[in-house]
Structure formats: structure tokens, C-alpha cells
Design a binder for this molecule. Structure first.
Ligand code: IMP
Length: 431
């Protein structure tokens, strides 16, 4: 079985969960390697909506084992609530199939409080974070003072760590107008969580390598998207982890030579939540139509997503950053009836000179003016199409043009919210 990395090729919310769910049907391992409960994967199974924030999407496939890798920052309360909800809906959440790395870092109450207080204080300059404490938790991790799952399981040591952290972070919280947190209240919240989480926590590197040795196949499930990557995204309007495919290795303990394929997921148009540049944004009635047709509201925060045309120039950059072997284009059905469609094929800068690369950094990108190519639209409902040939010719021409512009084959197409609403063009995606 191949080992496949699945990443978002835009700004997140591309529908990765659905593709992972499809690929996981083959009974493999699914590993989350970065991010935390800033992610929200909405899956529709037998007509029922399931939203996952931390648990890998493979959990819905019976034969699949799921791992939360070391690169994730996890909020133990959120994780345990998700476990309980899944268990209550009849899904086996036993430690044999759901494993949490002891090396993963933990989001603690001060991380959430700092994230929200800083965003409030930033006013117009805010990033538009999800407020889940992601950035502050990664800050503590790289500053080498973080609390890992393994620490959560050792109450004696944990108290000292919490005391140290609060001595540092309470100053900032109080300066931002938030009440100081006490060691006792934090311990009262996290001790029972650690006690419960212990059942699922264990080192995972060897476990994954044994699975590799048996050829069982691992799916690495990315969260957020390429242009939210802390190094390669529209900095500083990014998340705090490496969302590109390379992050799968560092965030799980599996080396790059084990990876066989990298699938980039992109919507057939573009969306972004939170602040930051978005060259092809449609800030008009058409953008609103796209938002309603695609139900573009955040799975985690409920915020309306910003919408715009597909940016093939950016996707080509994403193909380089991730080493994409395949693209999956989702929500193609949403474009039905929209009239002529535009695809961004390049940018000119403020002086009208064409640029040959997507600029790194938010300020430079914000100054770009997109160059569009117009393609004929289609009116047919695609939601019942299950084979490539059933798609209207204009729709096929759109996909083929995107494929040529990006330089990566489109292996799968999403034509509706259900897990069955997928057209496979490559054997890897065939059910
Ligand atoms: P944070 O990850 O909560 O720190 O937020 C940083 C930026 O990433 C904000 O613009 C968020 O809206 C965005 N973001 C974080 N997670 C997701 C996601 O799962 N989908 C889309 N955007 C996200």
C-alpha cells in the first residue's frame, strides 16, 4: 500500500477530510501531523454531518487505525469530548485504533486565553486566528518550555511546569486585561483530563515504522493549507505550523523516503478565513453567491469565508512547495450556473510588470493584480455524475485547463458533499 500525504493546496477548508476518508477506505493508518483544533473537517456519512477537529478523518473507516502525531498541538478537553461524541455515535474509539503520541504538545488554558486576548488587543491588525490557542502553544514548544502529553501523565512534575508557565504568562494576560490564572484552577482542569487521556497515549514512532515494514500504508492527513504554512504562507497571516507536505515527516517521525505520493486538495474556486491577502477575492454579489452555493462558513468558528476565483498561479506554486503528484479538485458542483468562469494565470505588480513567482510575504502578495483567463461555465447539476464522461464538456474543459496550468494531474473531482460524490480519474482514488 502506498504511503500518501494529503495536504490543502490553498488556505484550508479544501475538503481534505472527504478525500482522506475515501483513501482510508483501503484500511490503512491515518496520521495527523500538525495543527490542532483550529482545523475542522466536515464529513457527511449516510446523510449525517460529522465535524472532526482533532481526530483523523480515517476514524470513520472501520479497518483504519488513527494516530495523532508529535507535530500536533492538542487541547485535551476538546480531544476527549470528540472521543466521547464519536463513541456515542457507535464508532470504536479503543486505544487499539486511536493512538495519541506522548510527544505531542498540549494546549493549556493560558494558550487559549493569550490567543484571544492578543487578537482583541490587536484590533484592526489582528490575524483572525481561530482563538483556540494554537499559536501560543507552538510558541511554548519552540521556546522549549512546552507541556507534552507525556508531562500531562506525570502529576508531580506537571505542577512545577504549570507554576513556571503562569509566572511567565500571567504578566501578559493581566496587561491585556484578562484575569490572572491560578495554578490550582489550571491543575483542577487538566489533571483529570491527563488521567483520562493516558489510556490512548503512547510513543508512536516505532509503531508507525512497524506498520511501514508490513506494507500497511500510511495516510498523512494535513490540516489547514499550503498558504497558511508558517514558512511558505502569506506571513504573518498564517498558522503556526508547517502545513506543507514536508511537515508530515517532522510531525510524525517518518522519513521522506517512505512517502510515495503527495495529494494536494483544492477547491474548484478559492476561499480564505481570517485576515491576509487574497488576490482573486470576489468582494461582490458573485462572491456572496459563491459563499451561499458552497455553504462557505467555517466548520470550527462558523465565520463566513471569503470567496474568489481559482488561482492556478498560486496552485502551481503549491505544487512546487509540496511536491504534488496529484491534485484533487473539490466542490466542482458549486460552479454550476455561475456563468463564465475566471481562472488566475499570473500576476502583474503595482507597476504593471508581470511577475514570475508568487511573492513570499503578505505585503508583496497584497500588491499583486491577478491576470485572468475566462472559460465558459455550465449550468448542469453535477451532483449525480460519477464518471468523467458524464460531466458537461465545459466542465471537463475547465478541469483540463486547470490541470495544464498547474502542471499536476487531477486524480479526483468532488461533485457534492456526500462521500460517494466523487469522480475518480486515477486508480488511487477509485473506491
Ligand atoms: P490559528 O491557526 O488559529 O492561529 O489561525 C491563524 C490563521 O489560520 C487564521 O487566518 C485562521 O483563520 C486560519 N486557519 C486556521 N485553521 C484553519 C482551518 O482549518 N481552515 C482555514 N483556515 C484556518
Amino acid at each position: 500500500m502506498p504511503n500518501i500525504v494529503v495536504v490543502g493546496a490553498q488556505w484550508g477548508d479544501e475538503g481534505k477530510g472527504k478525500v482522506v476518508d475515501l483513501l482510508a477506505e483501503k484500511g490503512r493508518w491515518v496520521v495527523r501531523f500538525q495543527g490542532g483544533n483550529n482545523a475542522g473537517h466536515t464529513l457527511v456519512v449516510d446523510g449525517a454531518k460529522v465535524v472532526l477537529h482533532l481526530v483523523p478523518s480515517g476514524i470513520l473507516q472501520r479497518g483504519c487505525r488513527c494516530v495523532i502525531g508529535n507535530g500536533v498541538v492538542l487541547d485535551p478537553g476538546v480531544l476527549l469530548r470528540e472521543f466521547d461524541a464519536l463513541q456515542a455515535s457507535g464508532i470504536d474509539m479503543s486505544p487499539e485504533r486511536m493512538i495519541v503520541s506522548t510527544e505531542a504538545h498540549v494546549i493549556l488554558p493560558w494558550h487559549r486565553a493569550l490567543d484571544r486576548a492578543r487578537e482583541l488587543a490587536a484590533g484592526a491588525g489582528k490575524i483572525g486566528t481561530t482563538g483556540r490557542g494554537i499559536g501560543p502553544a507552538y510558541e511554548d514548544k519552540v521556546a522549549r518550555r512546552g507541556v507534552r502529553v507525556a508531562d500531562l501523565l506525570k502529576p508531580g512534575m506537571l505542577r512545577g511546569k504549570v507554576e513556571e508557565a503562569l509566572a511567565r504568562h500571567n504578566h501578559e494576560l493581566v496587561r491585556l486585561g484578562h484575569a490572572a490564572l491560578t495554578v490550582d484552577e489550571v491543575m483542577a482542569e487538566i489533571l483529570p483530563l491527563g488521567e483520562r487521556l493516558g489510556r490512548w497515549a503512547r510513543p508512536v514512532v516505532r509503531l508507525l515504522h512497524e506498520a511501514l515494514g508490513r506494507g500497511e500504508g500510511i495516510l498523512f492527513e494535513g490540516a489547514q493549507g499550503t498558504f497558511l504554512d508558517v514558512d511558505h504562507g502569506t506571513y504573518p497571516f498564517v498558522t503556526s505550523s508547517n502545513t506543507v507536505a514536508g511537515g508530515a515527516c517532522a510531525g510524525s517521525g517518518v522519513g521522506p523516503t517512505a512517502i510515495d505520493a503527495v495529494v494536494g486538495i483544492a477547491k474548484a474556486y478559492a476561499t480564505r478565513v481570517g485576515a491576509g491577502p487574497f488576490p482573486t477575492e470576489l468582494d461582490d454579489a458573485l462572491g456572496e453567491r459563491l459563499r451561499q452555493a458552497g455553504q462557505e462558513f467555517g466548520a470550527t468558528t462558523g465565520r463566513p469565508r471569503r470567496t474568489g476565483w481559482l488561482d492556478a498561479f498560486m496552485l502551481r506554486h503549491a505544487a512546487m512547495l509540496n511536491g504534488l503528484t496529484h491534485l484533487a479538485l473539490t466542490k466542482l458542483d458549486v460552479l454550476s450556473g455561475l456563468g463564465p468562469l475566471r481562472v488566475c494565470v499570473g500576476y502583474v505588480d503595482a507597476r504593471g510588470a508581470s511577475v514570475d513567482e508568487v511573492p513570499a510575504g503578505a505585503e508583496e502578495l497584497a500588491a499583486m493584480v491577478p491576470i485572468y483567463e475566462e472559460l465558459p461555465g455550465w449550468d448542469e447539476d453535477l451532483s449525480r455524475c460519477r464518471v468523467w464522461e458524464a460531466l458537461p464538456p465545459a466542465c471537463r474543459a475547465y478541469v483540463t485547463r486547470v490541470e495544464a496550468l498547474v502542471g499536476v494531474p487531477v486524480g479526483a473531482l468532488g461533485v457534492g458533499p456526500g462521500r460517494e460524490a466523487i469522480i475518480a480519474r486515477d486508480a488511487m482514488f477509485a473506491a
